[in-house]
Structure formats: structure tokens, C-alpha cells
Unconditional design. Structure first.
Length: 452
């Protein structure tokens, strides 16, 4: 049964940068209030003013590419390349955090006053305040770099479980903000979050795989037979991720329905490209969950779900980009120079075809809205008790979800992950028969091989 989770909008009060939150409402996150005279009970050590936030938020967001993330070379990095990675990370993150703080402040006051949203706001202010001391200087010592990596780890940890909070907060505020406004905010917020998290995780991964460093010297060689450059697998095989996700989804499907449809993979199962494995795991898990649920609920569990993998012709005959083939920039400065354009970016398209009856025309326009779900009302999100099980389904990008559906975040968030590096998701529904979902992924072009 269809279920629209938000009602019409009645917001009138907005949160200007200089307004104090009533401490009664914000007691839960008082420890995170930082610096500005507008924010009472600030910890003495942390300072961040409205002006600083506004200045950073006025700067444009750098749109992250896969090439950005591998530009420092394959690990172990030299000390110089590691500093370059840290400074590049530092050049991006404060602006990203300030943009989100500004966007949260622009929500209706009553929405930001919700304890779940307020906590997320506090997390962003906290993270920005921990980064600002580094912004005034470049990272040029191993000691600074190590401390900075700890700050990155804190940032990742602080924001690791924020999606359930956001979902719950907006559920609770559904009387005060329209579904369209929520989707607009969440889409922008979650897309920026994907990149922010990735930037921080990439530096942490490069740091860990490059240690120990001797000051001024080149890092010691280590066993780098892997195709990984930090969190990116430069030779990722989608077929392997699909099999891995299938196992997980089959198990939760059998637990819920007592049956599990089979999955067949055909086309070009050997196709490979550079991607972030955790992103692909998230997307595939969500698409398989939808396909499994539809297939079983339509009584077609004997019909296999067909997954077809196709690599774009431009990849045929060209050598895959390997970790060894990625050259580091010649100087920290050259890390900031734009890469040449590339006509031969490898693309892989994955079609997931199910016989689950398709999507009815009245439901189809809503499927990309955050929080739209047709999952049974008895099992879907109950605002009063918060349905933790459903909230856990979106708690991370690693596919650690424990139920087959429930929140209506699978498709829009999956599409946000796919589009992050230029891919996408489109859906073709044959109402009464089944659904084809096309997931398009873009890897790294050959230009990454030519950096000098
Ligand atoms: N393969 C499919 N076949 C039929 N209907 C589908 C299919 N994929 C998605 N849908 C419809 O689109 C709706 C939204 O999908 P989405 O994945 O965003 O949310 P959900 O599956 O309901 O919950 P969540 O993914 O957050 O656990 C679903 O509730 C379902 O009605
Ligand atoms: Mg889903």
C-alpha cells in the first residue's frame, strides 16, 4: 500500500546566523556549541564565528572526481605526497562543512529545533571547529599530518550514523516541512556527505597504507600488490560485488518470506573498472532488495532475477588502470592542477531485471522521493516508536541493513551514490510484468596515466 510520509508545509520561522537557540531545546547538544557570540555556553578552546562560516560557505564546492582521489599516487606515499594529500583534503573539507551548516540553518527553525536534526547540526559545527586550526597553515610535518589524520578519523566517526537521525528528525517534523522541501534538502545534504566522507576516508586510508614515514625521506616500500588506492579499487569487478550482495540479500529475504529467488549473472562478468567498493555494495544491495521483494510479493520466486553486465566498447582493448600505473604529482602544487579531458572513460552498465510485476503508474512518479515507500504499513516506519529496524537499513553504505525495505531511501540514496562519479540509475517498469533497473558506472579515464 502506498504511503506518503509528509504532509503540507507550514514553516514560517527561519534560523538566521545570529539567532540563539533556546537552551531548553538545545541542551542535548550544548557541548557542541562553538565560539560565536550567538551561541551560548561555548567551550573555551573552540572558536568559530558566524563570519567564518559565512565566508567559507560563500566559496564554491569543488566537485570531487575519482581522479582527485588517486592523484597523490599509489601507496605507500612519499612524505611529500602524504602532505599533499593532507593539504588537498584540508582545502576541501571546511568549505563542505560550512555549506552544510548554512543549509541546516536555512531550514525552518522548528525543524532545526528537533533534537535529531539539532544533533546533526552540532556535529557539523564540532567538525568544522576541529578543522579550522589547521586551515591557517599548511601541513608540513609528520606530527601535524598524524594529528590531522586523527581529526579525520573523528570526523568520520562523528558523522557515521547521521542518516537514521536525519530520517527520524524529518519524520517527526513532517507537519512543518513539505515532502518536496525535505527531498531537496536531503538530496543535497546526502550527496555532499558522500563526498565529504570519501575525502576524509581517502586520506585516512592513504595515511595508514603509507606509514611509517621517516621525516624528509621517501616512505619505505611495502607490499603493494593490491589494486587499491586508498578506498578506491582500481580494478573492481562488479560481478564479485553482486555475488557478495546477493548472499546477504538472499538471507534477509528468506528470513522475511521463507523463500529466496535465484540470481543469474550474464553479459560480461569479467568487466572491471575503478570504483569505491563500499558505494557499489550499497547500491547493489538496495537494488537487489527491491528486486527480491517485488519478485516474492508478486508470487514469482521461481523466476530468477537476471543481472546483465556490459562494459562500454571504449574499454575494450585498453589496459585497465592499475594502482601501479597511477603516477603521483611532481609537486604538491601540481596536485591542484586540472587533469586533461579524457574521451575514453570506462563505463559499465548493470541491468537488474526482475519479474516482480513492475511499478504501477500512480507509484512511479514518487519512487525517487526520500521516504516514499510502499512497504506494508504495519512494518514501515512508525513515527511514535521510531522503528529502529527500518532506520538501521540506512545507517551506512556498507549494506549492513537488516530488513528488505521500509524507509524509502534505497532508490534516491542509491542514485545519489551512482551519480556521485558521473554514473546514474534509470528504471523501466513493465506494469504487470516486471522491472528493469539500469545502473551505469563510470571509472577512471586513461588520462590518469599521464600526469607528467
Ligand atoms: N524492482 C521493483 N519492483 C517493484 N517496485 C519497486 C521496485 N523497486 C522499487 N520499487 C518501488 O519503489 C518504492 C521505493 O523504493 P525504495 O528502494 O526507494 O524504498 P523501499 O524499498 O520502500 O525502502 P528502503 O529501500 O529504504 O528499505 C518501493 O517501496 C516500491 O514500491
Ligand atoms: Mg528499497
Amino acid at each position: 500500500m502506498s504511503r506518503q510520509s509528509f504532509t503540507s508545509c507550514t514553516p514560517s520561522i527561519r534560523l538566521p546566523g545570529t539567532l540563539s537557540f533556546p537552551s531548553r531545546t538545545f541542551s542535548a547538544c550544548a557541548r557542541l556549541r562553538i565560539g560565536s557570540p550567538a551561541w551560548p555556553k561555548q567551550p573555551a578552546a573552540a572558536t568559530i564565528s558566524d563570519n567564518q562560516i559565512a565566508t567559507l560557505a560563500a566559496k564554491p564546492l569543488h566537485s570531487l572526481t575519482l581522479a582527485d582521489l588517486v592523484r597523490h599516487g599509489n601507496p605507500p606515499l612519499s612524505t611529500e605526497a602524504l602532505f599533499s594529500s593532507a593539504n588537498f583534503t584540508l582545502s576541501l573539507l571546511p568549505i563542505r562543512l560550512a555549506h552544510r551548516i548554512q543549509a541546516l540553518r536555512n531550514l525552518p527553525f522548528i525543524v532545526v529545533s528537533n533534537p535529531h536534526i539539532a544533533r546533526i547540526y552540532g556535529n557539523y559545527v564540532h567538525s568544522l571547529s576541529t578543522l579550522l586550526p589547521y586551515q591557517e597553515r599548511r601541513i608540513t610535518t609528520l606530527e601535524d599530518e598524524s594529528r590531522f589524520t586523527e581529526v579525520m578519523a573523528d570526523l568520520v566517526q562523528t558523522h557515521s550514523n547521521t542518516i537514521p537521525g536525519l530520517a527520524r528528525g524529518f519524520m517527526e517534523c513532517r507537519k512543518y516541512i513539505s515532502p518536496a522541501e525535505v527531498t531537496k534538502f536531503l538530496d543535497e545534504h546526502l550527496r555532499t556527505r558522500i563526498g565529504t566522507r570519501l575525502i576524509a576516508e581517502q586520506h585516512i586510508a592513504l595515511h595508514l597504507s603509507s606509514h611509517p614515514h621517516s621525516p624528509g625521506g621517501v616512505s619505505p616500500t611495502s607490499n603493494v600488490s593490491s589494486t587499491h588506492v586508498g578506498v578506491i579499487d582500481t580494478a573492481l569487478r562488479p560481478a564479485e560485488i553482486i555475488r557478495h550482495c546477493e548472499t546477504f540479500v538472499s538471507e534477509i529475504c528468506e528470513l522475511k518470506y521463507g523463500v529466496r529467488p535465484t540470481v543469474i549473472i550474464n553479459g560480461q562478468p569479467d568487466a572491471q573498472l575503478a570504483q569505491v567498493p563500499t558505494h557499489l555494495e550499497y547500491i547493489i544491495t538496495e537494488l537487489l532488495k527491491n528486486a527480491f521483494r517485488a519478485t516474492v510479493e508478486h508470487g514469482q520466486e521461481r523466476e530468477p532475477i537476471e543481472v546483465t553486465i556490459a562494459a562500454s566498447p571504449s574499454t575494450t582493448g585498453s589496459p585497465p588502470v592499475t594502482a601501479e600505473s597511477i603516477k603521483p604529482p611532481q609537486s604538491p602544487e601540481s596536485a591542484g592542477s586540472p587533469l586533461t579531458s579524457d574521451e575514453s572513460i570506462p563505463c559499465v552498465t548493470i541491468r537488474i531485471r526482475d519479474r516482480g510485476g513492475g511499478i504501477s503508474p500512480d507509484i512511479l512518479p514518487n519512487i525517487w522521493a526520500y521516504s516514499f515507500t510502499t512497504f506494508g504499513e504495519d512494518e514501515a516506519m512508525d513515527v511514535s516508536n521510531g522503528n529502529l529496524d527500518a532506520l538501521n537499513t540506512i545507517s551506512g553504505a556498507g549494506g549492513d541493513s537488516s530488513s528488505l525495505a521500509g524507509l524509502g531511501y534505497g532508490l534516491p540514496l542509491g542514485r545519489a551514490y551512482a551519480e556521485h562519479f558521473g554514473g546514474g540509475i534509470t528504471i523501466q517498469s513493465m506494469w504487470g510484468w516486471g522491472t528493469d533497473v539500469y545502473l551505469n558506472l563510470r571509472g577512471l579515464g586513461k588520462n590518469i596515466l599521464v600526469t607528467d
